[in-house]
Design a protein around this ligand. Structure first.
Ligand code: T4K
Length: 369
């Protein structure tokens, strides 16, 4: 049991394991720019994720941003506002216009029933989010994308290690972008990757993450610096050895939460999706105040008073951010608005003690008036 429990806690390998992994760098002095750890990590990830093509980047955000740039897109990108700032920012920072599709109330992913009506002559891509590790309606998204010849880029930041119908989740769409941030199911300190279909795209990403350098004497694109360094790759290599075990521990914590909270009136737990191998990235709960007897804010405050840092992922919606100066109309995404005002993600990480889950649930249920 811990005094203070935060929403998550980074998974780390044993200290000696990491030291052993980085030891060779003291001889080679090769610290970044696609070195041996980078190459090894990339190969091991390809195998683990079940994808044909992958490239490593500094973080999940740069994976999204450079993916959009590499596709040379112009116009509108259909996405959802129930996500982390990164998804929408990647679109806007590429000079593209986000068009917000609502989410469905069951798993909080893009509502495909509303998707087609948002397509215009300017639409160039769809950027859905597998939010909380919940898989979007892939079949329908890909059918619509094919019909209108649109690119599909999945924000797969939350879906490390998941499969859908036995296929690695990164193998869907034109590209899928993962985050290996410290707060994720799997981390390389900071890090990210893009899995992709087309080799030409792969060449473009590889150059864009290195300033757009094409050869010793040619710079053919205005790229960024988004190369994963060797220390991050080494952490990734270590954490990858333990990730299945870590996911197994998360599963136990999720089951313990469910044993307390499932079936309680006014609480909506995360959907358990068919054909999906889950990674238990987050444990979101939607609080319907009247039915439950306490609001999300009351539960949040009570947990905080007890040293428990639940988070309001994802509130506020990205289409309400002040940086967008009221450019978008939040009334167009009413389900997302409803959920974002009521959701709380509870602490979830591999080392979370089951007794702590019991205590957290006790506090939550004790909030009812
Ligand atoms: N797309 C989606 C859908 C995403 O959710 C994200 C990132 C991205 C794209 C972009 O991927 P990256 O560029 O980040 O790779 C956190 C993360 O920074 C962010 O990666 C994540 N989504 C987002 C949902 O959560 P904050 O601002 O809430 O993090 P912070 O610093 O408050 O940390 C949360 C908790 O994690 C802390 O209370 C304790 C724990 N923690 C934190 C850090 C930094 C650790 O245990 N170790 C640590 O090193 O954004």
């Amino acid at each position: 049991m811990q005094d203070q429990i935060l929403v998550t806690r980074s998974s780390m390998p044993g200290f000696e394991e990491y030291i052993e992994e980085i030891r060779s760098m003291w001889d080679s002095r090769w610290l970044t720019n696609m070195g041996p750890k980078h190459r090894e990590f990339q190969e091991k990830l390809k195998e683990y994720l079940g994808v044909e093509n992958i490239d490593l980047l500094t973080n999940g955000h740069m994976a999204l941003e450079l993916t959009l740039q590499a596709m040379n897109l112009q116009g509108e990108v259909i996405t959802t506002p129930f996500t982390f700032a990164s998804t929408t920012h990647a679109i806007v920072r590429n000079g593209l216009t986000p068009v917000f599709c609502d989410i469905n109330p069951d798993d909080f992913t893009m509502d495909v029933e509303k998707l087609e009506s948002l397509i215009t002559d300017y639409t160039c891509a769809i950027l859905p989010v597998h939010v909380y590790g919940n898989i979007c309606n892939i079949e329908e998204i890909e059918r619509i994308a094919r019909k209108y010849e649109l690119k599909v880029i999945y924000d797969a930041a939350h879906t490390f290690g998941e499969t859908y119908k036995g296929r690695g989740i990164g193998s869907f769409g034109d590209a899928s972008c993962f985050s290996f941030h410290a707060t994720k199911v799997f981390n390389s300190l900071e890090g990210g990757a893009v899995c992709y279909r087309d080799q030409g795209f792969g060449n473009a990403i590889y150059e864009l993450k290195n300033f757009g350098i094409h050869g010793p004497e040619e710079v053919s694109a205005v790229g960024a610096n988004a190369k994963m360094n060797e220390f991050c790759a080494a952490m990734g290599l270590c954490n990858l050895r333990h990730v299945e075990e870590e996911i197994g521990k998360r599963k136990k914590a999720a089951e313990r939460y469910r044993s307390h909270l499932e079936g309680i009136e006014g609480l909506q737990l995360n959907a358990v999706q068919k054909d999906v191998k889950q990674n238990y990235a987050y444990f979101p709960v939607v609080f319907e105040e009247k039915a439950f007897g306490a609001s999300r804010e009351e539960v949040f405050e009570r947990l905080a008073e007890n040293g428990i840092g639940a988070r309001k992922y994802f509130y506020p919606l990205t289409n309400t951010f002040s940086c967008f100066h009221r450019k978008y109309d939040v009334r167009e995404t009413p389900v997302a608005l409803h959920v974002s005002r009521r959701v709380l993600t509870l602490p979830m990480y591999a080392d979370l003690a089951l007794e702590d889950v019991d205590r957290i649930c006790g506090i939550i249920l004790g909030c009812r008036k």
